[in-house]
Design a protein around this ligand. Sequence first.
Ligand SMILES: [Zn+2]
Length: 291
Amino acid sequence: MKRWTHWLGVKSPHAADYVPSAPAQTGDLCIQYLGTAGFVISQDGHYVVLDPYVTRPDLTTSLTQPLVPNAALIQRLIPRANDVLIGHAHHDHILDGPDLCKQTGARLIGSSSTVHVGIAAGLPPEQLVSTEGREDIASGSWTVRGFPSRHGKIFGRIPFPGDLHAPPPWPARMHQLRHGLVLNWLVDTGKLKVMHIDSADFIDEELQGHRCDIVCLCAIGRQARPNYVRDVVRYLKPRWVIPCHWDTMITPIESVPDLLPGVDLPGFIEEIKAAGATPLLTPILGHQRFS
Ligand SMILES: [Zn+2]
């Protein structure tokens, strides 16, 4: 397994480099990559967090133990959130969401399965928003909207499929967190539109005709979806694509990450360019700013 920086010559951030919640220039949209499929999108004091997963238990813990969110790490790395959007209820997308909501007072927004996880973790009803997608939800002066989607196949199959029909045990084990309805989230600030695709599949009819400026695009499993990158760019016509979900997600978040075998990150970047968009490869905990 090779470290991704060996291929790309990109410096990965370490704890000493990290400046928590660096303020954006007034009016800039700031997108911070949290690793896995996690992002913080912020502007002028409004913070929308997607799929936070900074706890990153190691492989043995992930496979054998109930997964306990690291509350102190969440508080240090994600000090602010107004709304937390969940793409699907697998552990690597939802684990830190409820704790982040408890710490910040943010709402946890996602499928009914996501809401069951929020209930299991002890969130009160006023901090839980269930959606089946295709509806605009106000987030401050922004609008967020879920687009029904599909989970990608990993090594030929969809892991832990199905819905949660009741709150799971909490803390939960990996297999107890079924993905539920998968949602691609569109965050519309009124000036820029950001689409978050947190798994390597989608429903063509749902995305067609919804132009956006920036796509946060999952790299794991893209080979299982023919023309995945090409069709995302063709439908959404983004100017920029931020790759995500390319590392093993079992290393501590402030260590140099390991590239997930089979992801072919350089090939992913070339596909983004060939489709006509600009890739913005972003180190974990790194930022991109848009004015
Ligand atoms: Zn998943």
